[in-house]
Design a protein around this ligand. Structure first.
Ligand code: SF4
Length: 715
């Protein structure tokens, strides 16, 4: 089987059994994400996130470990402790992934996936060295931060080339926003899968492999990859025209010069120019020419890698070394840097909201819900409302409070910002302080930084990762159908990051989706934020639904072949002679060269439809315990505040001049949903996949299994 190691490793931490099984049985689901959903669906769809029977799946795809660019991001799939859906009877399955070298190393060790189940009676780590797999005592590394733990394991095995995925103190304490960290800054972030590892007493998974990956057409792959590198855009989907607050440097380098592509990007300059003097070099994940990680060495703080939202403290207003310190602290403590946006703003909200002339935080102190030491740290870490910069005072105390679940407040924050709001508000209700309880809950509607694009309540208990009010109804439906932050950078590459003008971007959109979809779905690219979204009736509903389906299918393909979200599908190019158009056929062509199969986009779309439908059925099982449910009405929703005018903006927004977004119109959202269900082959009234769809997708086994444990699907 070209492209595959052929084996899946299963480790049961309850009884110490280590077995392997064949990859073959999952191949209808492409790899990575598809494998993970199938395993959860087959084995433990209704487990609680911290139940020993919950499966934690790490899976790669057929391209991982080959030359195919940017395809070594292993997918992590499990029942998520982070996803928040109070109407659901069970916790929901969700996903994340991480870059670096771990995924390729897993393939080199001879495995396409690892299924971890059970719970160890004491802290352990899994050590994989080709065919030798063992469960090792982790008493010497339990308690260490996520980076120190990796160093200690390498030291113990006297092998610096071991690739390790580990958790920090937050994961050990089952903090629901605890990610899994690999190397210095490659992190499987949202979903709380670090907490799932903690619940299993699993500190790390160490991998060392020395085998290769067989490729069907090596020469063809090399030539094709070279041709892709000639039009692949700069990191994060940017073209040489990029500008604005996150502009990219080195943009005048010849995009055809593949030897310099890794040097084309400098996030320090874009996000925190005051740290530029500490920049060491850029760093890539395995097989990626983009190099979007920045390695830095800061005096008295050491070295670390920073990328994307790990710059969060700069985005929130810091302009000193605190930016680097914040990034390193979250990585070491094992906290999700993206969730720091709403979390820190929530902590500021507790200080800004006053009842009887006293802040909510001070009320918490009076009620002994937070200690003096932590009160002082939080107050020191407050954003100066009246000008000035956000310094680093109190930063360590604030982050440690949640990672170690210190005091009542830290314990609540360790549940994620959305659960924390309920917990703190309920506590004040219990103490007969309803006004304070109400003040806490005001945060629910808050718009985050960057004009609401980042950091508010996006739904599913997670930080908003781009606001549907900015992009349109396809993005709103994208939010509604997922169980987590639905970010797909492939879309934002075209719309947000490229620097293309409307006149330049529209022909690219027309090339990818045709005139009707481009003009009725993306007619709002670059509108000013205070302009309502355009709505052309049925045409808009159809175009937005089409884009939502594109996002979901291409997301399933990308996460199953385990490609990077910043790269696939390749929507844009830096090449003016191509009209800045990328090429959305790269995925299936790469898969063809590697696996030797006669791959087409239609075939891949069918696999994506299978994976997405499986995810849907899994969610249906979880949502109502296998009983009939109207998913359209219950699950496929976004928070009410997206349909109401903005009334709470905590931070001076970034950039400060951004006006608030006008609200979405509910009828337009519902009309887009209707068209989306039709396109997907799901029942329009209930949002349930139909029996005929499952048969068409050759998912008879899934249909039989679903109906045996749940109810009959609509015909
Ligand atoms: S673009 Fe960045 S995150 Fe993605 S694979 Fe390349 S180096 Fe890793």
């Amino acid at each position: 089987m070209y492209g595959w190691a052929g084996k899946i490793l299963r480790v049961d931490l309850s009884n110490g059994s280590i077995t392997t099984e064949e990859t073959k049985k999952y191949l209808d689901y492409t790899g990575g994400l598809g494998f993970g959903y199938k395993i959860i669906f087959d084995e433990a769809p209704k487990a609680g996130p911290f139940d020993p029977e919950n499966r934690l799946v790490f899976a790669v795809g057929p391209l991982t470990g080959t030359l195919a660019p940017s395809t070594s991001r292993p997918e992590v799939i499990s029942i998520s402790p982070h996803s928040f859906a109070t109407q659901s009877k069970h916790s929901l399955a969700s996903r994340s992934n991480f870059g670096g070298y771990w995924g390729a190393e897993l393939k080199f060790a001879g495995y396409d996936a690892i299924i971890v189940q059970g719970k160890s009676p004491k802290p352990v780590y899994i050590n994989i060295n080709n065919d030798k797999v063992s469960i090792e005592d982790a008493s010497g590394v339990w308690g260490l931060d996520g980076i120190a733990a990796q160093e200690a394991i390498k030291e113990k095995h006297k092998d610096n080339d071991i690739q390790i995925a580990a958790i920090g103190p937050a994961g050990e304490r089952m903090v629901r926003i605890a990610p899994i960290i690999h190397r210095l800054g490659n992190v499987a972030r949202q979903g709380g899968f670090g907490a799932v590892m903690g619940s299993k007493n699993l500190k790390a998974i160490a991998v060392r492999g020395t085998k290769g990956v067989d490729v069907a057409d090596k020469k063809g792959l090399i030539e094709y990859v070279q041709s892709v590198r000639e039009f692949q855009p700069a990191p994060l989907g940017a073209t040489p025209l990029s500008n604005g607050p996150l502009s990219w440097t080195g943009k005048h380098l010849d995009p055809k010069d593949i030897n310099h592509q890794a040097q084309r990007f400098d996030q320090t300059e874009s996000n925190a120019p005051w740290l530029k003097k500490y920049h060491l070099k850029n760093q890539s994940c395995y097989s990626c020419p983009q190099g979007c990680y920045t390695y830095m060495k800061v005096p008295k703080m050491g070295t670390g890698a920073v990328s994307c939202t790990q710059w969060f403290y700069a985005w929130m207003g810091n302009k000193d070394e605190g930016t680097f310190q914040a990034s390193q602290l979250v990585n070491k403590l094992g906290l999700d840097s993206f969730e720091m946006f709403p979390m820190i703003q929530f902590i500021w909200h507790l200080q800004d909201e006053k009842v009887d002339g006293k802040s909510v935080l001070r009320h918490m102190y009076d009620q002994k819900l937070v200690s003096k030491k932590n009160l002082e740290a939080l107050e020191a870490a407050h954003y100066p409302r009246e000008g000035g910069n956000l310094g680093s005072a109190g930063l360590e105390g604030m982050l440690s409070l949640m990672a170690y679940r210190e005091d009542f407040l830290g314990d609540a924050l360790g549940e994620g910002f959305r659960r924390a709001m309920d917990i703190i508000s309920d506590e004040f209700e219990k103490r007969k302080m309803p006004e304070v309880a109400k003040a806490v809950m005001k945060f629910i509607k808050m718009e985050g930084i960057m004009g609401g694009v980042v950091g508010g309540n996006g739904g599913w208990g997670m930080s908003a990762h781009y606001d549907p009010r900015t992009f349109g109804y396809y993005w709103a439906v994208n939010f509604a159908m997922e169980n987590c932050d639905p970010m797909r950078h492939s879309m934002t590459n075209l719309i947000e990051w490229t620097g293309l003008s409307f006149k330049q971007a529209m022909p690219v959109a027309v090339k990818h989706w045709g005139k009707d979809v481009a003009e009725n779905g993306l007619n709002d690219i670059h509108r000013s934020r205070d302009t309502p979204l355009t709505w052309n009736g049925e045409k808009s509903a159809k175009a937005n639904a089409y884009l939502s389906q594109f996002i979901h299918y291409r997301g399933c393909i990308k996460d199953s072949m385990t490609g990077c979200d910043w790269v696939y599908p390749v929507m844009v190019s830096g090449r003016e002679d191509r009209g800045y158009a990328g090429d959305t056929s790269v995925e299936y062509k790469l898969l063809g060269y590697v696996t030797g199969e006669n791959m087409t986009q239609e075939k891949l779309n069918e696999q994506a439809a299978r994976t997405w439908t499986l995810h849907r059925l899994l969610t249906v099982l979880e949502w109502n315990d296998g009983k009939p449910v109207n998913m359209r009405e219950e699950h496929d929703q976004i928070p009410d505040h997206f349909f109401a005018p903005v009334d709470t903006r905590l931070l001076p927004s970034f950039p400060p001049s951004d006006p608030p977004h006008p609200p979405l119109v509910r009828e337009h959202f519902e009309a887009t949903k209707t068209e989306y269900y039709k396109l997907m082959g799901w029942d329009v009234k209930t949002g349930l996949p139909t029996r005929s769809l499952l048969k068409k997708l050759r998912m008879d086994d899934v249909l039989a299994s679903f109906e045996a444990q749940a109810f009959q699907l609509p015909s």
